[in-house]
Design a protein around this ligand. Structure first.
Ligand code: HGY
Ligand code: MN
Ligand code: MN
Length: 416
């Protein structure tokens, strides 16, 4: 006779098929996805998720940031729900699993509870957070940030994408402005299952990451002002070269991050040149420096160094320099009780596991501000993510979902 829970596992094939079906929406150009937030593809993915959830007996609530909450009732009407969340939006050259795995594994947990005939004491709510990626509208984790009271809704609604489109208008255009007040919902606990997006679990040959912390982040948006001039006829000594200033700042960011090893990263993923013409020196260069560390002192020390050195670099070239912090969260410590439930689930299921600090930011970082929260991670091939070649195995996907199932049941309680 199997001990209680030993055979409680998800349907691995159904989870994988669900992932592959969602991956058909907003396809990329190299096998991944381009399902950016508030695009028509995002709207299509939302509708498919809603259809699947309603077929599994869930009822939908949507708040004014478009966050989707799919509820499976518990037996205790007074018990606060256990939330399982992540995001369906992707990077422009995103993978099929970043965020999506956590949302669809939440659906698979519900489908498995239905199959097992298990009722829980606490309700369970599967959540899709709007705009986790921050690729189209900075900052990342925008809607979970409004939910946690970090950002106002007015701030979020006014955010613009690189084409000047406005968040609030785009959310309305795709028809996903809900009627619930953001943040009115209270959580008993929050779980987020996510691919690691780094190389550690695969290298250590561990199936499960027991996520104890998440490193903190600053996004520093620099605007450099040079002078537009001909790249051919302007002598070198007469140039006010904002592009050169940017390159020297990038080099400095690299140096600062390397001087703070171990446990620090820094780099730039997005640069805009204006007028971005081959034979015009840029009059304006806008780029965002992304620095992160699990160590608060290192994180803030790197910011201070970079914001002190960048103006000096620009001054030496006669280039104007301004900076705005457009994204930030301090290092996060997840809830020890929930972390222990994840570790116990991995042990009960016989899955290899290790403690890990999340290198990427997640909605769980903001959920942790308003409720006990934690994360579960699975490996990804070569540690690659934010790349269309992002890949996981069916076995890895299912193992993490099994752990999620057990940890959620442990936390939500099986009704007598
Ligand atoms: O930037 C991040 O860490 C996440 O992918 N939004
Ligand atoms: Mn993600
Ligand atoms: Mn991501």
């Amino acid at each position: 006779m199997a001990a209680p829970g030993e055979n409680m596992r998800v349907n691995a094939d159904r989870l994988w098929d669900t992932l592959m079906d969602m991956a058909k929406i907003g396809p990329g150009i190299a096998g991944g996805n381009n399902r950016q937030t508030l695009t028509d593809a995002d709207a299509e993915g939302r509708r498919l998720f809603q259809t699947w959830c309603e077929a599994a007996g869930l009822s939908m609530g949507v708040d004014t940031m478009g966050n989707m909450f799919m509820t499976r009732e518990g037996t205790d009407p007074d018990a606060l729900p256990v939330y399982i969340g992540s995001h369906l939006d992707t990077q422009p050259t995103g993978g099929k699993y970043d965020g999506v795995l956590g949302v669809l594994a939440g659906l698979e947990v519900v489908r498995s509870l239905n199959d097992l005939g298990i009722r829980t004491k606490h309700p369970i709510v599967v959540t899709n957070w709007t705009n986790e990626e921050g690729a189209r509208f900075a900052p990342a984790m925008l809607a979970s940030g409004v939910f946690a009271g970090i950002h106002t809704q007015d701030y979020a609604y006014a955010r613009k994408d690189p084409e000047g489109k406005i968040f609030g208008e785009e959310l309305k255009r795709i028809g996903w402005v809900g009627d619930e007040e953001v943040g009115a919902r209270k959580m008993h606990a929050y779980f987020e299952y996510h691919i690691e997006q780094g190389p550690i679990l695969e290298a250590e040959e561990k199936q499960i990451g027991v996520v104890t912390h998440c490193q903190g982040l600053w996004w520093l948006e620099f605007t450099l002002t040079g002078r537009e001039a001909h790249t051919g006829s302007t002598p070198m000594n007469l140039r006010v070269n904002a592009g050169l200033a940017m390159s020297r700042i990038l080099e400095m960011v690299q140096t600062v991050a390397m001087e703070n090893q171990p446990g620090a990263v820094g780099g730039v993923g997005q640069v805009f040149f204006s007028p971005n013409s081959r034979n015009v020196l840029p009059g304006k260069v806008v780029f965002t420096v992304d620095i992160r560390s699990p160590d608060q002192a290192k994180l803030d020390g790197m910011r201070a160094r970079i914001e002190a050195e960048a103006p000096r670099i620009c001054e030496a070239l006669g280039v104007g320099c301004s900076v705005e912090a457009v994204g930030h969260f301090d290092p996060v410590t997840f809830d020890p009780t929930l972390v222990a439930s994840v570790r116990k689930a991995a042990e009960d299921l016989g899955y290899s596991h290790m403690n890990i600090i999340s290198g990427a930011g997640h909605d769980a970082c903001w959920a942790a501000k308003v409720a006990p929260a934690t994360m579960i991670m699975c490996p990804c091939v070569g540690g690659l993510s934010h790349n269309e070649a992002e890949e996981i195995s069916r076995e890895w996907a299912a193992a993490g979902a099994d752990v999620l199932l057990h940890a959620v049941i442990e936390t939500a309680g099986i009704a007598e």
